[in-house]
Ligand binder design. Structure first.
Ligand code: ADP
Length: 673
């Protein structure tokens, strides 16, 4: 085309759309050769068309963009490269009004039919009389950018969806827990009323289902928290052996029920104190040992913990959980740690479960920087092994004063303990009140529904313990605790506070402790766990020693209640006298042997005497002493909390002294009837 001055046209086009680039502008004023070079160097497509849309001149990038050869493109009309005719229509409208189109986004078609996302900027070419003689433009392929943007958008959306999902699950499970809390509590209370065998059976089924539901919700919640990166690991001093021992104690009843041997071997070289997250270690082991028991019908479960090495204060510890159960097929072994995976389709039907346990285990071990592996032979058994690294704590003394293992301790009698229950949910108020009153008949319980009322009550009189919900109207539990600790005079400011936390809310437990609460229990509150925690807390705050002192002062220790004794012996005065004589004779002997076995560290002896003493304490109507004797028996049997035995035996001896005096008086009375 003769009237087409390429260099001139190009200069105009480039200067119009690349004005921002000084270097290009400078080059524009160089030779034609340079223009051509520049044109070919550009990655954007630059083209000139006739008034009817035929390609006249263009650079290499244009050919690459559309995938045509030079000759082919010369025969093509721009219109043919548009994917959507409406884009072309709109383009024409703009250019007819403004003589140019800037940064117009559209989809163009390549020769092979594939589509491109492009941005086009075009201007008209006019002759001297201002007639349109053609168009010139620049096309930039933004397919990759668009794709990246779409990906980013999808990623943002997915992340947001994940966050919503985690939040939804957290809220949902929180909401589901409230009614389950009520079910668990009410079932517990119903269990304590007279029931026919059938009713008991139905109730047990409800109980099991509520427990399963709770476990399921906890699993889903943990899983979603890990997924959303919201699970925070703790770092505190603890003993690995203790975590393992406690866990085995808690779960042994399950293996006993199935007649399986549960064997534990903790290498004595495993450091006594390490820093890490005991809760998560417990969760991992609980899952693995739970599965091992679940999938084994006969034989044994063996839990082994060994020290691999210690390098620069870091101990690598090896854990193995091996069973002689059904095993896992080779093809399933690879996917066993994926979420919602069960080895066979029948697994849920036969064994229950969600297929989330191992996925959580794997994720937790990943988070803790460890590795897990599984070996298994179908029909023979499985072995899960994992390795974790913990920082060794040199000062074992610091690590050891952990709270007593609550599961070992029978629930102690707490007498006329004064308790404030701060809870705004009316059903929870009833459940907790009934539960506490059922376990401890003599307690004095004040129920309030907000934190301010707790403060008001403490200003009126002293209480032994406060059970405090966190979320309450008027004043929440955290604020109330801070105020109690900071603003109330002693001793009210020292009252032990046990928080009821919502499991679903991340970090709530930590907030409770920070606010000055002494311990927490997560909702739904397990009645047995609640009572044990209360005893533990009361004990920690010296409630029992204080109380026995008060009782001694009041001459009240060992106050006997012969109701039970009288029921057993009926009107038989001779039998009564005979039994009292036996008790008067034997009890001091028993206490003596208790002490000497204790001094000799003969735990079996301590256990046997404590066991024998239980019936006398029951006859004497000394429930508190009976509980103490039970504690001593369990402690000696399981060799736990041995350091606390001496004090307990002292308390038993003290109570028995007074009881025996009263018994003597009773004997005297009977002998003179
Ligand atoms: P579930 O809730 O189903 O137990 P898990 O994630 O804990 O979920 O386990 C996934 C599957 O792996 C189980 O359903 C079971 O088929 C298999 N599995 C796990 N542990 C064992 C084991 N010790 N012996 C045999 N199969 C096991």
């Amino acid at each position: 085309m003769e009237d087409f001055n390429f260099v001139e046209e190009l200069r105009e086009l480039l200067s119009r759309y690349y004005m921002h680039s000084k270097s290009i502008e400078r080059e524009l004023f160089q030779s034609e050769k340079k223009y051509k070079l520049l044109l070919e160097k550009l990655t954007d497509a630059i083209y000139f068309t006739s008034a009817d849309g035929k390609f006249i001149e263009f650079n290499n990038a244009t050919l690459e963009l559309f995938g045509y050869s030079y000759e082919e493109l010369k025969t093509i009309n721009v219109e043919e490269t548009y994917v959507y005719p409406e884009d072309r229509q709109k383009f024409k409208e703009i250019i007819s009004h403004k003589n140019e189109v800037v940064d117009y986004e559209l989809k163009l078609k390549r020769k092979d039919g594939s589509m491109l996302d492009c941005v086009i900027s075009t201007t008209v070419r006019l002759d001297d009389q201002n007639n349109i003689i053609g168009y010139q433009g620049i096309i930039r392929d933004i397919t990759l950018r668009k794709r990246a943007e779409a990906l980013q958008r999808a990623k943002d959306l997915a992340e947001q969806a994940n966050k919503f999902k985690a939040e939804f699950l957290a809220n949902m499970s929180h909401e589901i827990r409230t009614p389950i809390n009520v079910i668990v509590g009410m079932v517990h209370l119903l269990h304590q009323t007279p029931l026919s065998d059938k009713q008991s059976e139905y109730l047990k089924a409800i109980d099991t289902s509520a427990d399963n539901l709770l476990m399921l919700i906890n699993d889903i919640l943990d899983f979603s928290k890990i997924e959303a990166g919201k699970l925070v690991l703790e770092s505190k001093h603890f003993s690995v052996k203790r975590v393992v021992d406690d866990l085995i104690k808690a779960i042994r009843f399950k293996s006993d029920e199935k007649g399986l041997d549960l064997i534990v071997q903790v290498d004595p070289e495993v450091p006594a104190a390490v820093a890490g997250d005991p809760l998560r270690l417990n969760q991992i082991l609980l899952n693995l040992v739970g599965n091992a028991i679940k999938f084994t019908q006969e034989g044994e479960i063996r839990v082994v913990v060994r020290l691999i090495d210690v390098v620069k204060d870091k101990a690598r510890i090896f854990f193995s959980v091996r069973d002689t159960g059904i095993g896992i097929s080779e093809e399933k072994l690879n996917s066993i740690f994926e979420s919602f995976t069960q080895a066979t389709l029948q697994t849920t039907r036969v064994y229950g479960g969600t297929g989330l346990g191992l996925a959580i285990v794997k994720k937790l071990i990943d988070m803790l920087g460890g590795v897990i592996m599984v070996k298994s032979t179908l029909g023979k058994g499985s072995e899960f092994i994992f390795e974790l690294e913990f920082e060794v704590q040199q000062d074992a003394g610091v690590a050891m004063p952990e709270p007593e293992n609550a599961a070992d301790i029978p629930i102690l009698e707490i007498g006329a303990c004064k308790i404030i229950l701060a809870e705004d949910h009316p059903i929870n108020q009833v459940v907790t009140t009934e539960t506490l009153k059922h376990v401890w008949k003599d307690i004095e319980l004040l129920v309030v529904d907000n934190g301010q009322s707790v403060i008001d009550a403490l200003q009126q009189e002293a209480y032994d313990i406060i059970l405090m919900d966190v979320q309450m109207p008027v004043m929440d539990g955290l604020t109330a605790t801070r105020k109690i600790r900071a603003e109330l005079p002693a001793p009210a400011n020292k009252t032990p506070i046990l928080a009821f936390t919502a499991y679903a809310t991340t970090g709530e437990a930590e907030k409770c402790l920070e606010a000055g609460m002494d311990d927490y229990i997560s909702k739904p509150v397990n009645p047995d766990a609640l009572c044990r925690k209360m005893v533990e807390l009361l004990d920690r705050f010296g409630y029992f020693s204080e109380r026995s002192k008060q009782l001694i002062d009041a001459g009240d220790t060992g106050q006997i209640d012969l109701d039970y004794f009288n029921t057993i012996t009926g009107d038989d005065i001779e039998l009564k006298i005979k039994m009292i004589r036996i008790m008067l004779d034997e009890t001091p002997q028993e206490i003596k042997s208790l002490r000497s076995y204790l001094d000799a560290g003969n735990w079996e002896g301590v256990r046997a005497v404590a066991h024998k003493m239980k019936s006398s304490m029951q006859f004497l109507g000394l429930p508190e002493v009976l509980e103490l004797v039970r504690v001593v028996e369990v402690s000696a049997k399981e060799k736990t909390n041995l350091h606390l035995l001496e004090e307990k035996v002292d308390r038993i001896a003290l109570a028995c002294d007074t009881a025996l005096e009263l018994l003597n008086a009773e004997l005297h009375k009977l002998e003179h009837i």
